[in-house]
Design a protein around this ligand. Structure first.
Ligand SMILES: [Zn+2]
Length: 115
């Protein structure tokens, strides 16, 4: 472990994280479980411990869905900025509503982090 990761690990413990018996598959640092259930490596940040191929597939899907949500939010933001220039452009408003609709739908598919 580098000085930096030791510092980070100490910080995690101070925040109430617990040290796990599993090690990071990439760097071998001990992993920590945060209060919100996320597992993090002090060097790599968030990591996923999978126990089966099925679980790995599910996690990959969740990560992709989260990325799609991010793209939609970015699209919504850049579209919404057009409203500033032309508040009465109904086409822009329709686009915004479509984005909001899509975001709402994708949020139903992305698991909320409350584990
Ligand atoms: Zn690591």
């Amino acid at each position: 472990m580098t000085d930096d990761s030791i510092k980070k690990a100490a910080e995690l413990l101070r925040q109430g994280a617990t040290m796990l018996s599993e090690a990071c598959p990439v760097c071998g640092s001990p992993l920590f479980r945060l209060k919100n259930g996320d597992v993090v490596c002090p060097v790599h940040g968030k990591v996923y411990i999978v126990k089966s191929d099925e679980e790995e597939k599910q996690i990959k899907k969740d990560i992709m869905l989260t990325s799609v949500e991010d793209f939609l939010v970015e699209g919504l933001y850049s579209t919404a900025k057009k409203i500033k220039e032309d508040p009465y452009d109904s086409e822009t408003l329709v686009q915004i509503i479509r984005y909001l609709d899509a975001i709402e739908r994708i949020r139903k598919l992305v698991p909320q982090h409350n584990s």
